[in-house]
Write a protein that binds this ligand. Structure first.
Ligand SMILES: N[C@@H](CCC(=O)N[C@@H](CS)C(=O)NCC(=O)O)C(=O)O
Length: 202
């Protein structure tokens, strides 16, 4: 059986949990407790050389990095598909996934880092900047969604990537203005309604 090295609050791990659930794949969750720095234990470093989660073990084949893992799952378990069939659609989906990984998720990480500090020590400017960058992302997402239900047309790994962040948006009270971003608000509601959203929480 597939084993996933994961931790419930980790968004990158959730990205893989969602893909596994969407593909109907059974998997064993192996918790790597980041609060105890278990990701840096020497045994775990044999699985993930950089000491991070997620990592996946498919009958002895080990792969790490959420984006690479999800691409592997798509190649190895193609049904139901989570990528468009045509090269242009696949490139668009990958661009949006990269946008989430490089220009969206990192700002949520900044907020998490600040919120972990005692209230008086938080860097308010860093939080404000992160929130502004996240709002900027809605501009792009709104345009991408024009005339489409999901980022690449049908539900894809691009949506999976953003879906893993939705709970944090709620937790930090980052609302999306429905008047300015109607496509984005409807898309978020669509993502939340997918059974994999609730099931992937742990
Ligand atoms: N590019 C990697 C990033 C993985 C990553 O940042 N994982 C975080 C949890 S979401 C982690 O393991 N943090 C602990 C650490 O870096 O020591 C991926 O997408 O899998």
């Amino acid at each position: 059986m597939i084993k996933l090295y994961t931790f419930p609050p980790s968004t990158n791990s959730r990205k893989v949990r969602i893909a596994l659930i969407e593909k109907g794949l059974e998997f064993e969750r192996i918790n790597v407790d980041l609060t105890k720095r278990e990701q840096k234990a020497s045994e775990y470093l044999k699985i993930h050389p950089f000491g991070q989660i997620p990592a996946l073990d498919d009958e002895g084949f080990i792969v790490y990095d959420s984006t690479v893992i999800n691409e592997y799952l798509e190649d190895e378990y193609p049904y139901p598909p989570l990528m468009p069939k045509d090269s242009e659609g696949r490139a668009r989906a990958r661009l949006m996934e990269d946008f989430r990984d490089s220009h969206f998720n990192p700002y949520l990480v900044h907020i998490i880092q600040e919120m972990r500090k005692p209230e008086g020590e938080r860097d308010a400017a860093r939080i404000d900047n992160a929130k502004a960058e996240i709002t900027k992302a809605w501009d792009r997402i709104e345009k991408e969604l024009n005339g489409k239900e999901y980022l690449a047309g049908a539900f894809s790994l691009a949506d999976v990537a953003f879906m893993s962040n939705i709970e944090l948006l709620d937790r930090f009270g980052i609302a999306v203005d429905a008047a300015q971003y109607p496509n984005t608000v409807a898309w978020i509601a669509r993502l939340k309604a997918r059974p994999s959203f609730a099931v992937s929480a742990q």
